[in-house]
Design a protein around this ligand. Structure first.
Ligand code: IPM
Ligand code: MG
Length: 352
């Protein structure tokens, strides 16, 4: 019996999570599910976005299925109490240093992209983002008074060589399983952290002679992603650049509501979440797109539970409902059947 921690979170989290659970339950998998509050929901109930019990639950689970956290009403809280700390805290506590963010353009949805169809049709990028280092976690950080008396904020961008090495190996291995072309993104023309990143990537590349390693400055990478995205296959980068570029890559597909992501640690435990956020503006309206959450469940089966066949079964069901013309509002176009969040979940169950 595998144990799954179910952390739906805030905003649309609970309603899309309900659809993913509907799909998993319909498949009668040998799982025990344990739900808990995180993010704003946990703050409201217990005064903390990531209660200790939830960290313990995540640690003793085989995988974490995560919804989304965040709501405008918590934006004025001190940083350590904001909903976002739930996801940052879980990444750190579980050592989830690998973030796989695929950006795949589903053929039926090509028209939803803001780029011309010929630029994105067939797009399939795997973004590998380092998730537990960089300026997100670097110390020292804070606010202080500068020598000339001005209040200032400061953060520390840093990467140690072993941290870069381990994400490099993940990226090179991913490239070996795909087109054997790896783009490493940095800002080595300006930042020392990036020079360490680049030197390490070059060193690790010697162990993967079949993979072509290309370096790109982050500003150029942002441009190439909208200019010729199909030239990119696997892209690896640090935490901050990866945060920014993964949203850009996701939007190329026209449907951020379709994209799942995986965060993994050294022992294969993982946290699986949609690439989109909590969308508090449409929460509770039963109109959100649950497919990214459902596809996150598929990623969980593949990467943490070794259930490739079952993962493919979910992915095929999602392809089927798209082919059948079912669309939630975010991906709807003329001639398609507009469905609610729960109807979409039902359609996927029917297509299994
Ligand atoms: C993401 C999100 C998070 C991040 C936030 C919610 C802390 O933007 O997963 O990309 O910045 O990593
Ligand atoms: Mg982000």
């Amino acid at each position: 019996m595998k144990k799954i921690a179910v952390l739906a979170g805030d905003g649309i989290g609970p309603e899309i999570m309900a659809q993913a659970l509907k799909v998993l339950t319909a498949m009668k998998l040998p799982f025990e599910y344990e739900e808990a509050l995180v993010g704003g929901a946990a703050y409201a109930a217990f005064g903390h976005p990531l209660p200790k019990e939830v960290v313990e639950l995540a640690k003793r689970s085989d995988a974490v299925l995560f919804g989304a956290v965040g709501d405008f009403k918590y934006d004025t809280l001190p940083r350590h109490l904001r909903p976002e700390q739930a996801i940052l805290g879980l990444r750190k506590a579980l050592g989830l240093f690998v973030n796989l963010r695929p950006a795949v353009c589903f053929p039926e949805l090509t028209a939803a992209s803001s780029l011309k169809p010929e630029l994105v049709s067939g797009l399939d990028i795997l973004l590998v983002r380092e998730l537990t280092g960089d300026v997100y976690f670097g110390q020292p950080r804070g606010k202080r008074i500068s020598p000339d008396g001005a209040e200032e904020g400061f953060d520390t961008m840093r990467y140690a060589v072993p941290e870069v090495e381990r994400i490099a190996h993940v990226a090179f291995k991913a490239a070996m399983g795909r087109n054997k072309h790896l783009v490493s993104v940095d800002k080595a023309n300006v930042l020392e952290t990036s020079q360490v990143w680049r030197d390490t990537m070059i060193r690790v590349s010697k162990e993967y002679p079949e993979v072509t390693l290309e370096h790109m400055y982050v500003d150029n990478a942002a441009m190439q992603l909208v200019k010729a995205p199909k030239k990119i296959d696997v892209m690896v980068t640090g935490n901050l650049f990866g945060d920014i570029l993964s949203d850009e890559a996701a939007m190329l597909t026209g449907s951020i509501g379709m994209l799942a992501s995986a965060a993994l640690n050294e022992i294969g435990q993982g946290l699986f979440e949609p690439s989109h956020g909590s969308a508090p503006d449409i929460a509770g309206m039963n109109i959100a797109n649950p497919l990214a959450q459902i596809l996150s469940a598929a990623m969980m089966l593949r990467y943490s539970l070794g259930m490739e066949e079952e993962a493919v079964r979910i992915e095929n069901a999602v392809k089927t409902v798209l082919a059948q013309g079912y669309r939630t509002g975010d991906i709807w176009s003329e001639g398609c059947k507009k469905v609610s969040c729960s109807e979409m979940g039902d359609a996927v169950v029917a297509a299994l």
